[in-house]
Design a protein around this ligand. Structure first.
Ligand SMILES: NC(=O)c1ccc[n+]([C@@H]2O[C@H](COP(=O)([O-])OP(=O)(O)OC[C@H]3O[C@@H](n4cnc5c(N)ncnc54)[C@H](O)[C@@H]3O)[C@@H](O)[C@H]2O)c1
Length: 240
């Protein structure tokens, strides 16, 4: 595939490395210094764009790709309040978008385990639940997109919680998500069930960014020639 990389930071560089090691070519690399070149990405020079920028830039880049008939895989987090608008624009332009807050298949499986644990522990009234996430200090959004997605996936199974909140304005009706920022931490997510008698902790630790790049390229390979909006459950169903 001819891949346009939008956002040449930590993830953009990881995408370039994994793509070229796997016989793909890079049609464009877009970052701040050539940001206007995103308009030049089109279906005659590019098969798919892979976008890892920041929450303020992602939606504009997605819409530009729809307009230019280029399928887009977006890993940027923190823009999902705009998802309904993006969905409407995607159907209007008959576009292709694959998005996920976490491209690691391990995190997808972790979330499935978390859903199962929440379902069975919900039956036992003595457990309080919380989510803790830790990332590197340059991360702009907080809580992480993965922690929010984890919360949204388990909340339907946890009857005592109405929604999630950050701990500083959280009462017993809300599932708390706390965030820590520590240098050189790729991403740690822990789901903790605590009773008077014990603590059950389910934890995922990303050792490096390679798995995110691998998942994003696999998503691009699998969905670039399909129409519509896709996410990790669609990818997982194609590989099991
Ligand atoms: N989905 C996943 O699996 C996954 C994994 C890691 C990171 N992320 C998310 O991906 C995003 C990027 O992460 P990162 O670690 O690579 O960040 P980063 O800060 O290292 O890189 C972002 C890059 O985007 C560039 N940029 C900003 N606006 C731009 C624009 N309009 N056009 C082109 N380039 C632009 C910046 O100059 C920077 O080089 C974040 O939102 C992060 O949370 C998602």
């Amino acid at each position: 595939m001819r891949i346009a990389i939008i956002g040449y930071g930590k993830m953009g560089k990881e995408i370039e490395l994994y793509a070229t090691q796997n016989a793909h070519t890079i049609s464009y690399i877009i970052d701040f210094e050539n940001v206007n070149e995103v308009e030049k990405i089109n279906s005659s020079n590019t098969d798919v764009a892979i976008e890892f920028t920041n929450p303020l830039s992602a939606v504009k880049n997605i819409l530009t790709c729809f307009e230019n008939k280029v399928p887009i895989v977006c890993g940027t987090t923190g823009w999902y309040s705009e998802l309904d608008n993006v969905k409407n624009f995607c159907s209007k332009h008959n576009g292709t978008l694959f998005y996920s807050s976490n491209f690691s298949i391990g995190v997808y499986i972790y979330t499935e385990i978390a859903k199962y644990a929440s379902k069975i522990l919900n039956e036992l009234s003595g457990y309080n639940v919380k989510i803790e996430e830790t990332h590197h200090t340059q991360k702009l959004d907080s809580p992480s997109g993965t922690a929010i997605s984890l919360a949204n996936n388990i909340l339907p199974f946890l009857q005592k919680y109405k929604d999630w909140k950050k701990p500083d304005n959280c009462d017993n009706n809300y599932l708390p998500i706390s965030s820590k920022r520590i240098d050189d931490t790729t991403g740690i997510h822990a789901l903790i069930f605590e009773s008077n008698a014990d603590i059950i902790e389910i934890k995922h630790t990303a050792k490096n960014r390679k798995n995110f790049a691998k998942g994003a390229i696999l998503a691009a390979e699998t969905f670039y020639n399909k129409k519509g909006i896709f996410t990790m459950s669609d990818l997982y169903n194609t590989i099991v």
